[in-house]
Every structure is written in C-alpha cells, then in structure tokens.
Design a protein around this ligand. Structure first.
Ligand code: NAD
Ligand code: DAU
Length: 333
C-alpha cells in the first residue's frame, strides 16, 4: 500500500482512521474524499501533515475515476450513518450508500484498485434481549431500517463485484463505535454534551436495547489488519466481545462518571420506530485468522477517556449542538 483513498475521512471513524494511518504508516500517502455533509468536518483532520483533502461526492463518477487511477487502495467509510435520519428521509441513504458505493466499485474495477468496504452489524438485523446468540459472518441478512438496508445492499454490491468481476475487495462489519470526533447526534456524545450543557440526557423508550460498544481505535486497527493480511473476497466481523450492556445502563454510567445522580439524571423520550433490540458480534474469525485483539476492553475506562475529550473540545461540538437538539425535539426525542 503506497497511496490510499479514504472516503468519508472527515467523518467520525474515517478521521480517526486517517489519524491512525498518519501516525503509524509513513509509507502511505493518504487522500481523503469527503462531501462534508452535516456529519463531515474539516477540523477532524486538523494538524495532519501530508494528507490531501478532496471535497467531493463518492457518487461523482468523473471525480471518483480520476482518484481511483491515482491510488492503489480505497478504504470506503463514506456513508449516511444515522438510523434516526433515515427514518425521516431515506433518500440520501439510497444515493450515498448504494449509488455512491456502486460508483466507487466501478472505478475500482476499471483501475484494478484494492477495495475495503466498511460496514455494520446492523445488516444482520437484531437478536433477542437476554439470549447468548451472536452475529457471525454466516448470519443471514435481515436489516430493519432504511439505513441498515442501504448498508446491506452496499455489502451485496461489493460481493457481486468480487465474484463477477474479480474485484480485490474485503468487507468488515463492525458493532457500535464510540470515541473522539463522533457527531453529537449519536447516543454517547449526545448524552455527554447534554450533561455538559445542563440539559437532561435522553433515553429512547425503556432503554432495554443492547449495543455492543467498541472503541473507534480498535475498529480501525482491525481495518488495517484486514488491509494487511485479509483474504480477498472475505468478510470479517469486528466486535470487542463486551458483556451485554443496555442503553439504560450506559446512560446511567455516563451520569455517574459525570457526577449526576443516575436515579433522576435523565429523561425517557419517544422510542425509535422499528428499534433494533440487541446487537452482539462474534469476532472469532478476525482474532483467529488475523491475530487482532481489542485494546479497549473496559467500557468504563473508554467512556472516561471519551467524556474527557468532549469536555476538552467544546469548541468542536458546540456549533452543532442547538440544531441537533432542535431536530430531536421535533421528533419528541
Ligand atoms: P459519519 O456520519 O460520522 O461520517 C460519514 C462521513 O461520510 C462524513 O464525513 C460525510 O461528510 C461523508 N459523506 C457522506 N456522504 C458522502 C458522499 N456522498 N460523498 C463523500 N462523502 C460523504 O459516519 P461514521 O460513524 O464515521 O461511519 C463511517 C462508516 O462506518 C459508515 O460506512 C458506517 O456505516 C460504518 N459504521 C459505523 C459504525 C458506528 O458505530 N458509527 C459502526 C459500524 C460501521
Ligand atoms: O451497530 C453499528 C451502528 O451503530 C452503525 O452502523 C451506525 O452508523 C451507528 O449510528 C450506530 O447505530 P445505532 O442506531 O445503534 O446508534 P445510535 O447512537 O443512534 O443509538 C444507540 C442506541 O441508543 C440505540 O438503541 C438508540 C439509543 N438512543 C439513541 C439516541 C441518539 C437513545 O436512547 N437516546 C438517544 O438520544
């Protein structure tokens, strides 16, 4: 790998990935392609030297073709990523996650570029609360929301391009990420910034739903391992093997860590329609075949680090806070 195109590199996970590559891989020249939607922020890449930034759309075939020609690997993070937004208006999800991925795949096959597709555990649907089942790479797809369905469709496109055209591609499906630079519309940073602001944290419904939290750096180290050692055509599940923890427990932990009494520290708001109940990833294949291990195995410690980052970087999230909360207020959330 000498020249790497990172799509969505100004978003949460993509920016952390670019930072990781920049800090650990001197030999790789990174170019970021990002549309800078509401979720993308140039400031996420501040201070990085040698990273080229291209402001553009992954569905722009001319631009994508030009960039594919100049790079030997594409790591594809760009997406519309928030379930709640997909319930309000699915159209950008179809355009970016499906048409955008298709556009990248066509350019990658034309120029024989190694491709890695970053996807989600949500393609598998959900699991029963309290069960000890987990998603494996063989679990059938059963997405619930327009977001999940668009990601599932994009995974299918990648597999078809591997089989039909011999594209050199891999896929990873990861569980819920947390860490620095995550947009404050998402669960954990929303609650942290609410508490900093003196607003009450907001729990959807009863909060029994379970998510399988992983630190963004562990996700991104797995992506690098797949690029280095993954087998073409294979899919790898990524998850940190955490004990089940539901949203109510997470919000109460955040309250405790930020000095609020969890008993009266938060508010119940409207539930998400079609809310997935439980996610849990089996990452055995990634561990056994590629030797990956999560480093953040203690959610409490990872949350403490994340809370400190949001406290220290108020100027980063402040401009989006009122508008984000106004959108939620319209939905009774
Ligand atoms: P994000 O919403 O924070 O960032 C998405 C980035 O993509 C933004 O910078 C945005 O400007 C850019 N983008 C959107 N549409 C674009 C387009 N048409 N052209 C170019 N750039 C565009 O998302 P994230 O949480 O960082 O997620 C990144 C990827 O990881 C997504 O593919 C998502 O499905 C996947 N994923 C996320 C999680 C998670 O917990 N956040 C877990 C597993 C997988
Ligand atoms: O599982 C991977 C997925 O994780 C990624 O593919 C998505 O891009 C990412 O957004 C995330 O999806 P979720 O829908 O699980 O994440 P979100 O942060 O929106 O919500 C996490 C849980 O918290 C979910 O059960 C809904 C709940 N929630 C969310 C918000 C924003 C609340 O209770 N209150 C809130 O304010």
């Amino acid at each position: 790998m000498h020249s790497m195109l990172v799509t969505g590199g100004a978003g949460f996970i993509g920016a952390n990935f670019v930072r990781l590559v920049n800090a650990t891989r001197d030999e790789i020249k990174v170019t970021v392609l990002d549309k800078l939607t509401y979720a993308g922020n140039r400031a996420n890449l501040a201070g990085l030297e040698g990273v080229e930034f291209v402001h553009g759309d992954i569905a722009d075939a001319t631009l994508v073709d030009e960039l594919a020609q100049k790079n030997d690997v594409i790591v594809h993070f760009a997406a519309e990523s928030h379930n709640d937004n997909s319930l309000e208006d699915p159209s950008p999800f179809i355009q970016t996650n499906l048409v955008g991925t298709f556009t990248l795949l066509e350019a990658a096959r034309k120029h024989d570029v190694r491709f890695h597709h970053v996807s989600t555990d949500e393609v598998f649907g959900d699991l029963e609360i309290g069960a000890d089942t987990k998603f494996t790479e063989a679990t059938p797809y059963a997405p619930s929301s327009p977001y999940s369905a668009s990601k599932a469709g994009s995974d299918h496109l990648v597999r078809a391009w591997v089989r039909s055209f011999g594209l050199r591609a891999t896929i990873s499906n990861c569980s819920n990420n947390y860490g620095p630079y995550q947009h404050i519309e998402k669960f954990i940073p929303r609650q942290i910034t609410n508490i900093v602001d003196g607003r009450s944290p907001k729990l959807y419904g009863t909060g029994e739903q379970v998510r399988d939290w992983i630190h963004v750096d562990d996700h991104n180290r797995a992506v690098l391992d797949i690029l280095d050692k993954g087998i073409i055509g294979e899919t790898y599940n990524i998850g940190a093997d955490q004990p089940d923890i539901n949203n109510k427990q997470v919000i109460e932990l955040i309250c405790t860590l930020m000095g609020l009494d969890p008993a009266d520290g938060y508010e119940h708001v409207n539930d998400r329609p079609g809310h997935d109940q439980r996610y849990a990833m089996d990452a055995t294949k990634l561990k056994r075949e590629l030797g990956w291990r999560p480093r953040f195995t203690d959610l409490r410690a990872g949350l403490e680090q994340t809370i400190a980052w949001y406290r220290d970087n108020e100027e980063w999230w402040r401009p989006a806070k009122d508008a984000t909360e106004a959108t939620y207020a319209q939905r009774g959330q």
